[in-house]
Design a protein around this ligand. Sequence first.
Ligand code: IMJ
Length: 260
Amino acid sequence: MLLDLSGKKILVTGIANNRSIAWGIAQQLHAAGAEIGVTYLPDDKGRFESKVRELTKPLEPSLFLPLNVQDDSQTKNVFNQISNQWGQLDGLVHCLAFAGKEDLIGDFSATSPQGFSRALEISAYSLAPLCNYAKPLLSEGAGIVTLTYLGAERAIPNYNVMGVAKAALEASVRYLSAELGPEKQIRVNAISAGPIRTLASSAIGGILDMIHNVEEKAPLRRTVTQTEVGNTAAFLLSDLASGISGQTIYVDAGYCINGM
Ligand code: IMJ
């Protein structure tokens, strides 16, 4: 097989339900032969835990752990478990983002300092400590992939503080790439996905207009699927992408090349 992830142990964060891009990624990594570990966002009623456990059963994840990146002890625990049960890590997939609903509508200048900090902490900062804890466990040639969006570099209606967070995330990818590359050939990249109907997008006003706009104007005249993003993640985590690091790769049906 050309794209072969067999023998690779890869941690996937950010699966919330069957529409999650992270779920598309996990499935394609599994299809390429990877051994998967899954984290879920713990909540009071354990709703994500049971939903994500059921959903991911067919992939037979060999790790299934709670992870709220705002709680450092949970992050520590995830990498302790990886150390104890896997001994090494060959790939890390970061699909975590959150901003308060009130900050994803209206005037960007009205963003509260708390809202700004929270969005940046969860959506951008979180990649750094994950990489820091992962560092001693990462194998030669391991890959790290995160998800971003065009709103990092263009002013997209209502994306607001998330755009600022994704800009910080894309810059983090470059600094982490510079840090992690020299010793063990570890590569860090971002996938900039076009709009997809997910939990993170369905709650947003105007997402359908955005999707229709892409269907009308993107070179491929359609939106992309979770599977297509998943295939790109599988490529980036495979040895086929051994020369790619620090990049933002667009999986957007070509949309971003347009002038208007
Ligand atoms: C999000 C907001 C505004 C416009 C948007 C989006 N467009 C797209 C998204 C055009 C495609 C989805 N996206 C790329 C995101 O990164 C979404 C992040 C997000 C979504 C929510 C919704 C529910 C909530 N908080 C959120 N935080 C981050 O309470």
